[in-house]
Write a protein that binds this ligand. Structure first.
Ligand code: PMP
Ligand code: GLN
Length: 393
């Protein structure tokens, strides 16, 4: 019998997908020893008390599988927080599931409800995992643009995109990459549009605690007509400066959570135990998340002070830890070439907005992450004027 020694050919399920822009730019930043203002993650430490709490949980022997849906004590803490902040009760038992970050929460929700032939509306620019998630479920992504330059939901276009095959809509506020935040009126408008339909909502709220200038995060949990059809996804990575721990959660009505858990139990089964214990203990004090807006608003403002000394034009950051800038007065390069140049020649990594569009639409805007030590950003503003002079000459 002939032994086949070559690897069998596989037809890719994701022909349009390569390595994510975040990984590509972080690799380039490391290679060039550049300051990484590209990939969204803090370059500072989390609260040492949180690390101690994980150590204590491990030492106390919490090292085996937790319950499939997550530790009850953590689910209770989340239910308590949602009720305190958004006045909606979720049953910790049946309606909250701990996930391996928001990434797993989103794909699990999509796999749980989207079938081949279903359409799912995404609002572009959008986070890079959404479209591949829909495609893996056999669904068809329907891309609806946010308003040009201002990145607001365009409800006429959203309404026009709805068909009898629309299964879900995926929204994200505070928004990555544009740093806009949905208003109450916008959430109400979405609620009205969805009211006569069976369309589900996947609401990516990972930056829920980074909303600035006294504005409030308008969680889907605050709106009865949205909460009743929503998978609300959040991430402890963002809130507690621990993106590498990969723990998040999904809150959804019991019938949706039951379907979610059917998939969850076979794609991760459960999420690491000592971190769940630590997060549950840490969440008992609200101060860390209540103080987060002021913490990041200060970073945003310092970043803006630097930007104002340049010809880079800042867009308005309402929330998240991202600052977008219009590069058109500084350079004729495409977003991708500008980011390559900035990383390789100036030593600062940024992310193109075009990476968040299926078409690669280039509007000459790039994204910086300011969840960084301020001395790193300040260095950029010190060197930038001479770079700009060089560039413009
Ligand atoms: N959604 C958005 C909008 C994000 O920016 C991120 C950050 N990576 C995620 C989801 C994924 O979060 P996590 O790291 O918890 O998987
Ligand atoms: N969400 C982060 C960002 O937008 C990156 C996460 C990742 O690398 N997948 O930069």
């Amino acid at each position: 019998m002939q032994v086949l020694e070559r690897t069998p050919k596989v037809e890719t399920k994701l022909p349009a997908v390569g390595t994510t822009i975040f990984t590509v730019m972080s690799q380039l930043a490391a290679e060039k020893a550049a300051v990484n203002l590209g990939q969204g993650f803090p370059d500072f430490h989390c609260d040492p008390a949180l690390v101690d709490a994980v150590t204590q949980a491990m030492q106390a022997g919490h090292n085996q599988y937790p319950p499939m849906a997550g530790l009850p004590v953590l689910r209770n803490a989340i239910a308590t927080k949602i009720e305190a902040l958004h006045a909606r009760q979720y049953s910790a038992n049946d309606e909250i599931t701990i996930t391996a970050g928001a990434t797993q929460g989103i794909i699990t929700a999509v796999l749980a409800v989207v079938r081949p032939g279903d359409e799912v509306i995404v609002l572009e620019p959008c986070y890079d995992s959404y479209v591949p998630n829909i495609e893996l479920a056999g669904g068809t992504p329907v891309r609806v643009p946010l308003t040009p330059h201002t990145f607001r939901p365009d409800f006429d276009k959203i309404s026009a995109a709805i068909t009898p095959r629309t299964r879900a809509i995926l929204i994200n506020s505070p928004h990555n990459p544009s740093a806009t935040v949905w208003s109450e009126a916008e959430m109400l408008r979405l609620q009205d549009i969805l009211a006569p339909t069976e369309i589900l909502l996947i609401s990516d709220e990972v930056y829920e605690h980074m909303v600035f200038d006294g504005q409030q995060h308008q969680s889907a949990a605050r709106f009865a007509g949205l909460a009743a059809r929503a998978f609300i996804v959040s991430s402890f990575g963002k809130t507690y400066h621990v993106t590498g721990w990969k723990v998040g959660y999904v809150a959804a009505p019991a019938s949706l959570s039951a379907e979610f858990r059917k998939v969850h139990q076979f794609n991760v089964f459960t999420v690491n135990t000592p971190v769940q214990h630590a997060l549950a203990a840490y969440m008992s004090q609200p101060a860390p998340y209540l103080e987060l807006p002021a913490f990041y608003q200060r970073k945003r403002d310092l970043f803006l002070d630097g930007l104002r000394k340049t010809r880079l034009k800042p867009l308005h950051t309402q929330g998240s830890y991202f600052q977008c800038v219009d590069i058109s007065e500084v350079s004729d390069l495409s977003e991708a070439d500008f980011c390559q140049w900035l990383t390789s020649e100036i030593g600062v990594a940024a992310i193109t907005l075009s990476a968040f569009y299926g078409s690669g639409f280039d509007q000459r805007v790039v994204r910086f992450c300011f969840a960084k030590k301020m001395k790193r950003c300040n260095w950029l503003w010190r060197v930038w004027p001479s770079c700009e002079a060089l560039f413009l000459s």
